[in-house]
Design a protein around this ligand. Structure first.
Ligand code: FAD
Length: 660
């Protein structure tokens, strides 16, 4: 058979091939069962269960560590005192990016150019990981940097090209078949045709460059859910997951002071319980100091909160998968204007902030973003009338010490003690120091949170607490890999661990929703674009789903979109149709609520409205409008009494106050 015929035969079997005889190791990638919260909690509370790691915090860092540990064959549990990704990780700019700003800083010798170089190498490598791990969800984003003709030609284009070359170097070191395109110059006509509604930039030139956009809350969840599947790759130990479980205290050995477990609190059942674990991994984001201080009250505080606000405007200004960068704001940073799920997202600010889970944008930040946006959208745009929502998140920036840098250098095998360096090493060390000194002389020492390093720090305490702090969403997988590598390298810390793999496996498999039935049957990976188009057509023609909704389903769930619609079909009655829009202006379906309750550990209405079906991120008014129906559907599924239903609705609406 010709190759095309084989593919055609596979496509025909996508929706009816018999999985019963499939190789179990292939089948598990497509045909698996996700546990409910009750099932996870039962396993977590089993007194016979002992974990290699208890991971506190189910944000990006917690997900990165869990996926890495589980795929190496280590048994772990992830707890979060709220919903997974409800902290900083669902309030980002949603970019898996190298960071053009770090590149600019590196070239201008601002800050430490070597640190910026290392960070860029990491982020440029990892941005492709997003395209590989959830290809249905993470997309290439075309970004315009508008400027004058000469600036575009001699400043931005060469800069973006060098940035892309650095990326290509990273790409050559990996065996991915995905990637983002290089930069190109754009002149007036092109800009006018790409952005017909944004007249203010029609007289400018610019550079078009590319980054990757993700759906942060769902990416976080998908990584966690993937980590929970036993045997997803051979030897993988499914992680236990529990949202609404708070870390309360350590259980330590009275003689050695070593951690042996933890006291946890189930916020839904209002019940304290204990778990046994060889290690506690602190991925509590902005709350990491609370766990560190509980372990060692005399330690210093490391976390500095830096708040960032985003505004969402009504759809229509930007085409799909496109955006614009304002390269320099009044305070010298850059602002992204992006098409996010059809709406226009603009951000972000960077202000020192107190630590709190429930953070709200200030009017001054909203005004600041609007004043910067005027450069692009002009004075005539109705900013207040088009503003749909505003929300904020707090970055956990970490105070890095010399000890951290030494530990990292040791891990990477870099000599830091000048007395032990060879002549060549010493010369390079001195050259680096001189360059940093020179940069400081030109630019001075920067003030404010934007000047604090975005690096992550992994800290080991003698009791067995490992704190994984800071970093970027983009590097969450790499942070997980580094943390698990460092733990396994420390013989005392990993005493009793029996990993299946010494090396990281996470670059070798994609997440749930990426695999097809044909893959489960034959182990053949189809062209992803073709596969998702085929699913889209199937939903439209066989389930009568509007095209826009089918696209949205594929974007959120990949091949699992079919399961969402089938779940909706099964739960529908004459009175209650679920494969219908939740809100007339958005493509999300009511069946997504039922699917999320059954498969994605939804416990509160805001879990739906702010993360699983992120209507709240896109429009506060729409979130308020759909909330009663979301509560109604949840109440039926979860058998809430009328009084609980009322209480849940009040609580859910009150929680929306954090979105403006
Ligand atoms: C405005 C903004 C924009 C950003 N944009 C980008 C971007 O575009 N690209 C990028 O790469 N990075 C971006 N970042 C950075 C990125 O979002 C963060 O680095 C990342 O989300 C941090 O993840 P985390 O897991 O450390 O924290 P979190 O997501 O906050 O997770 C920590 C979790 O720990 C839980 N927790 C805390 N205490 C306890 C306890 N006692 N018991 C149980 N659980 C607990 C919390 O509930 C929380 O869910 C941005 C950050 C901000 C603020």
């Amino acid at each position: 058979m010709k190759n095309d015929d084989v593919v055609a035969a596979l496509l025909r079997r996508e929706f009816d091939g018999d999985l019963s005889k499939a190789d179990p190791q292939l089948r598990v990638k497509y045909d698996f069962k996700l546990k409910t919260r009750e099932e996870h909690m039962k396993e977590i509370q089993d007194p016979k269960q002992e974990y290699d790691m208890l991971i506190v915090g189910g944000g990006a860092n917690g997900a990165g560590v869990a996926l890495e540990a589980a795929s190496r064959g280590l048994k772990c549990a992830v707890i979060d005192s709220y919903d997974f990704a409800s902290g900083t990780s669902s309030r980002s700019t949603k970019m898996a990016h190298g960071g053009i700003r770090y590149f600019e800083q590196m070239m201008k010798l601002e800050g430490d150019p070597f640190e910026n170089f290392d960070l860029l190498k990491e982020t440029l490598h990892e941005r492709n990981y997003f395209l590989m791990a959830a290809p249905y969800q993470n997309k290439q984003l075309k970004l315009l940097i508008p400027s004058t003709f000469w600036n575009s030609l001699f400043v931005y284009f060469p800069g973006c090209l060098a940035y892309h070359l650095m990326y290509l170097k990273q790409l050559m070191g990996s065996n991915y078949d995905v990637g983002v395109d290089g930069p190109s110059l754009a002149f007036k006509n092109k800009i006018r045709s790409l952005y017909p509604d944004i007249k203010n930039i029609h007289k400018l030139s610019g550079v078009l460059m590319h980054e990757t956009q993700m759906m942060d809350g769902r990416m976080n969840l998908n990584a966690l859910l993937t980590s929970s599947i036993e045997g997803f790759i051979p030897g993988m130990k499914g992680a236990n997951l529990a949202n609404y479980v708070e870390f309360r205290d350590y259980i330590k050995n009275a003689q050695t002071g070593k951690i042996e477990g933890a006291v946890l609190f189930d916020k839904l059942k209002q019940k304290e319980f204990k778990v046994r674990s060889k290690l506690v991994v602190n991925c509590a984001g902005i709350h990491a100091d609370e766990l560190r201080l509980k372990d060692n009250p005399s330690t210093f505080q490391r976390i500095i909160g830096a708040k960032g606000t985003h505004l969402i405007f009504k759809k229509g200004m930007l085409p799909q998968d496109q955006g614009i960068i304002i390269p320099k704001t009044k305070d010298g940073r850059l602002i992204f204007i992006l098409n996010y799920l059809g709406q226009t997202m603009v951000g972000t600010t960077d202000e020192k902030s107190p630590i709190t889970h429930h953070v709200q944008p200030d009017q001054t930040e909203i005004d600041f973003i609007i004043s910067e946006l005027k450069q692009v959208f002009g004075d005539d745009y109705d900013y207040q009338g088009n503003l749909e929502s505003a929300w904020a998140g707090i970055r956990p920036l970490v105070k890095e010490t010399d000890e951290d840098r030494k530990l990292k250098a040791e891990f990477l095998g870099i000599e830091t003690d000048p007395t032990r360096m060879s002549i060549l090493q010493k010369a390079s060390h001195n050259a680096k120091r001189s360059l940093i000194w020179f940069g400081t002389k030109i630019h001075g020492t920067k003030e404010g949170t934007a000047a604090i390093s975005r690096n992550h720090v992994i800290e080991f305490s003698p009791s067995g607490l490992v704190s994984v702090m800071g970093g970027k969403w983009t590097t969450f997988r790499k942070i997980g890999e580094e943390a698990v590598d460092m733990i396994l390298r420390d013989k005392a810390l990993s005493n009793g661990f029996e990993p299946k793999y010494k090396e990281s496996q996470t670059l070798n498999f994609a997440y749930i929703g990426s695999y097809s039935r044909a893959f489960a049957l034959f182990g053949i990976k189809q062209n992803q674009i073709q596969l998702f188009e085929q699913y889209e057509d199937h939903l439209v023609f066989n389930y009568d789903i509007p095209r826009e909704c089918a696209k949205s389903l594929i974007h959120s769930y990949g091949t699992l979109a079919l399961k969402v619609v089938q779940t909706g079909d099964q739960a529908s009655t004459k009175q209650r149709k679920l494969n219908e829009r939740l809100h007339p202006e958005f493509p999300f379906l009511k069946s997504e609520i039922i699917y999320a309750i059954k498969n994605e550990m939804v416990e509160k209405p805001n879990d739906i409205v702010c993360r699983r079906v992120p209507i709240g991120v896109l429009s506060k008014q729409a979130a308020v409008q759909v909330m009663p129906e979301v509560v109604e559907i949840m109440a039926k599924e979860k058998r809430w009494s009328n009084s609980q239903k009322k209480q849940e609705l009040e609580e859910a609406l009150a929680n929306l106050q954090f979105i403006k």
